[in-house]
Design a protein around this ligand. Structure first.
Ligand code: SDX
Length: 428
């Protein structure tokens, strides 16, 4: 959809760069032919000004704090929808009818069980293994069990493996938690909702019936909605790059899990709660804010700042509201929540944070809710990966079904030695 051109002049040669327009957001300069014509690469480490693909899934306006999934706002979806419905929307492009939603939920439910041999994988890990390490290993291993759905050129195979991944992540996550505390694994119960089933597999025990708390179920489902997809973030870009080589979907999602683990990305929810606990009391907040501003101190306020949002992360607002609901339902008076609220207030009134447009992001409050529900901090990023799997598979499907898709292969600015002869030992 190039409607006009930009002109780039290098020396005495000018190059036309078609300008492509989307439905929302900035236009893009199509530089695909630039290297062939000008023998120049563009340079954008960290991709701060680079659009890597066309996508119809999610739109983010960082200045306005807008997040849309297939055109629907995260505020409306988190209030009125369900994670299963948002999953259907991301995968299929439109909200489902009641019948379609029931059928989709039933399809997902029927894929929640793991191959029984996969349970033995857990026994190879130490009990204190980080559950994200287990997730990387077990999800990558799925490709050894589901050969019947790894032909990525077949849309039916792609959808089956997408359903399998969405369905099995809660089971894999719950098993990682059970293994870490030495309790037996619980099999899925398909009479429960997607999220209720996950809560039962995580917190239920064989000796007694588990009753799903509807307030916690709703809060958890909303947390899953908030983390479902987020445009071309680091882990989604990892999944796309892995998928561009033709790797099977299970391997691609394992790559996304590995990338999400980093504290600058999905690992921030675990780091944010650990930071709040380290601060401990409101009187210590000024010291930590000063540390975050000190260029010589690697400390950053975890759960603050974002590559795209230079205004409030709309997910953080919903998350803060959900904290109040969960803490009052569980009658938990967590002083850490007061520390978080006061830290946010002090940071948002500090010139450093104002000037650098640093606001709370999705990870700032999520840990408080998850901790109140009973998850250990090591499980927080696992829950992020559980939810983001639908975004990853939807983005992967979108890429694979694009006939013009090519393998991702960035170039570089080479700053190493020029060609030189090989010296013998006596010349070194
Ligand atoms: C997620 O991309 C996505 O969409 C990700 C995500 C998703 O849903 O997939 O939204 C999920 O990953 C949320 C982000 C979680 N990470 C954190 O909360 C970790 C803390 N935040 C930072 O590490 C940082 O804000 C990033 C990594 C999130 C963004 O970094 P950028 O865009 O590369 O910005 P930057 O590091 O260049 O920072 C700009 C300036 C720097 O100062 P100067 O060098 O200009 O002087 O702001 C400062 C930074 O030092 N800064 C912070 C800060 N974040 C940025 N200073 C103190 N505390 C912080 N948290």
């Amino acid at each position: 959809m190039a409607e006009n051109n930009a002109t780039l002049t290098i020396g005495d040669t000018s190059y036309d760069l078609p300008i492509m327009k989307g439905n929302e957001g900035p236009d893009v300069l199509d530089i695909r032919k630039l290297y062939g014509a000008s023998d120049h690469f563009t340079f954008d480490p960290g991709f701060t000004s680079t659009a890597s693909c066309e996508s119809a899934l999610t739109f983010i306006d960082g200045d306005e704090g807008i997040l849309l999934h297939r055109g629907y706002s995260i505020e409306e979806l988190s209030e009125k929808s369900s994670f299963m419905e948002v999953s259907y929307l991301l995968l299929n492009g439109e909200l489902p009818s009641k019948t379609q939603l029931v059928e989709f939920s039933q399809t997902i439910s029927r894929h929640t069980m793991l191959h029984e041999q996969l349970a033995t994988f857990y026994r190879g890990f130490r009990r204190d293994a980080h559950p994200m390490a287990i997730m990387c290993g077990v999800v990558g291993a799925l490709s050894a069990f589901y050969h019947d759905s790894t032909d990525i050129s077949d849309p039916t195979h792609r959808m089956i493996s997408s359903h399998r991944l969405i369905a099995k992540m809660p089971t894999i996550a719950a098993m990682a938690y059970k293994y870490s505390i030495g309790q037996p694994f619980l099999y899925p119960d398909n009479s429960l909702s997607y999220t209720g089933n996950f809560l039962r597999m995580t917190f239920g025990v064989p000796a007694e019936p588990y009753v799903v708390n509807p307030v916690i179920e709703r809060a958890m489902d909303r947390i899953f909605i908030l983390h479902a997809d987020h445009e071309q973030n680091a882990s989604t870009s990892t999944v796309r790059l892995a998928g561009s080589s033709g790797a099977n979907p299970f391997a691609c999602i394992a790559a996304g899990i590995a990338c999400l683990w980093g504290p600058a990305h999905g690992g921030a929810n675990e780091a944010a709660l650990n930071m709040l606990r380290e601060i401990g009391t409101p009187d210590k907040i000024p010291h930590y804010i000063e540390r975050a501003k000190d260029k010589n101190d690697p400390f950053r306020l975890m759960g603050f700042g974002h590559r795209v949002y230079k205004n409030y992360d709309p997910r953080a607002s919903v998350m803060q509201k959900t904290v109040r609901e969960v803490l009052s339902e569980l009658k938990v008076n967590d002083p850490i929540f007061d520390v978080a609220l006061q830290l946010e207030d002090m940071a948002l009134n500090d010139p450093y944070f104002i000037e650098k447009k640093l606001f709370p992001n999705v990870d700032f409050y999520s840990g408080i809710i998850l901790s109140a529900i009973g998850f250990p901090t090591e499980m927080f990023t696992v829950l992020f990966a559980l939810s983001r799997t639908v975004g990853w598979v939807a983005q992967w499907n979108e890429m694979i079904s694009d006939p013009g898709q090519k393998i991702g292969r960035p170039r570089q600015l080479y700053t190493g030695p020029k060609h030189r002869p090989y010296p013998g030992f006596d010349e070194r």
